[in-house]
Design a protein around this ligand. Sequence first.
Ligand code: ADP
Ligand code: MG
Ligand code: ZN
Length: 510
Amino acid sequence: MEMTPVCTERIGTDGCIIGSDRGHRRSKVPRDVEIDIEFLYKVVPQLAKVFRIIDKIGEGTFSSVYLGEAQMRDGRREMFALKHLIPTSHPTRIAAELQCLTVAGGKENVMGVTYCFRKDDHVVIVMPYMEHRAIVEIIGSMSFEEVRLYIYHLLKALRHIHQFGIIHRDIKPNNFLYNRSSKMYALVDFGLAQGTADTQIELLKVDLTGLRKVPRPVFGERNLNSCTPAPSTTKQAAIKTESGKTEEPASRRYPSASRGPLPVRSQSSSQKPQRAMQQGLTCNCYQTDRVCNICMSRKQQVAPRAGTPGFRAPEVLTKCPNQGTAIDVWSAGVILLSLLSGRYPFFKASDDLIALTQIMTIRGSRETIQAAKAFGKAVVCSRELPRQDLRTLCETLRGRRPSPDDEVTPLPEANKDSTATHRHEIQDNTPTHRPANGAGQTFPNHQEHSQTNELTKHDSESDYKAEEDERGWDRVPDEAYDLLDQLLDLNPATRITAAQALQHPLFTDL
Ligand code: ADP
Ligand code: MG
Ligand code: ZN
């Protein structure tokens, strides 16, 4: 792609130096970032009048975020985050994101907005820049007190947005900026937000479902068969929705109780094959591993399910149509679980059913089935998975307790099969075992971790434990696990709210 710099005084002749006009802070950025910056100046030329764009600080599916410096009237230079939304974003979606920031932002640990630029399809949201570090970098050195404060501030942000009837839908550490030295916190990214029935955000009253989606393929969004030849023995969990259409038909195989796989099925409790017959929806694929043409032509159950699988609440994973602010509370619970166990990400699943299976492994299959029934979904699981004690689980994962292999029920064979591709993915970009800083996820490779642990034991072990004790991990109060238990309530109707959680005994002194 050929790119003409629109703002030559800002681009050095070698094409590599940006911001040479004022002679300060000549920063060198990689060539691809530099091209992106040039492109941004080109599509939104007004930016050049105000900002010197220094670097790219975030890149997602729906936006790229840049660091920009502006000279203020009083001569000070200030840093801003410039969020450039993909030009295909729906205007209503963009407006809703902005309205969340303008109405609820700027206080209570919620990011505010300074300005917004638009030219044609290109929109740039300008926010105060908050320096922060990724959770994966700091999780291994966080003290218990730091974790307690982090969750407290996250819950404060949630209480605040929930008061406005905003459901964030993508609560995860990447969207909750944390500056360790200044003890500042900011919830960002309302790009997936939705409104409750009585939301105060006008633009969230519009049905935003699907406005930020790429066109849906006939088969599930992640067809495992297209990445790896799925062995015919793969037992893949399946969700059959109200209409009978499966979410992942390509990989749907009917459960067999042998070999200890963990097929999960969930469907609307009310759905009975007989009823389908009565309605003239007779089909012969019910309870088989195929999807017939009748089912193929059915409408998909529409339920919002945006977000990151590992942070999705059970009611989201099972496509419960009425979802509320409780889904954000669940995600906060997953974050707390991660911080208490020292593992990030805790759940990492490429699809909803693997995510649901991982939840059942921690919270119990019977409990999950029962909760799902309460919100109108039938979940079927071929093998009973006992609920884990949260303290034992977290202390084991932190290496504070001996780790017999059955302490955490490892993921069943079937899921390991079906996540084969996914495991490669992880090995490419995430630490798979606990290095010095403690990062490394729990699922799906808990076993790899235990092996690594064996190797690194011996001399470093006691040092490690002493450091951990210093950071308060030897005296985590029961209140922490009690709150965790209430955040990770499988039933959204009884799950603690953010406002209630702030009143929890864990936070009495705050
Ligand atoms: P996306 O929808 O692409 O995820 P986000 O709003 O979450 O966009 O921003 C992506 C990343 O950019 C964030 O995870 C964060 O690292 C960075 N970022 C966003 N806003 C700010 C800000 N105000 N200050 C500093 N960094 C920010
Ligand atoms: Mg984000
Ligand atoms: Zn059918």
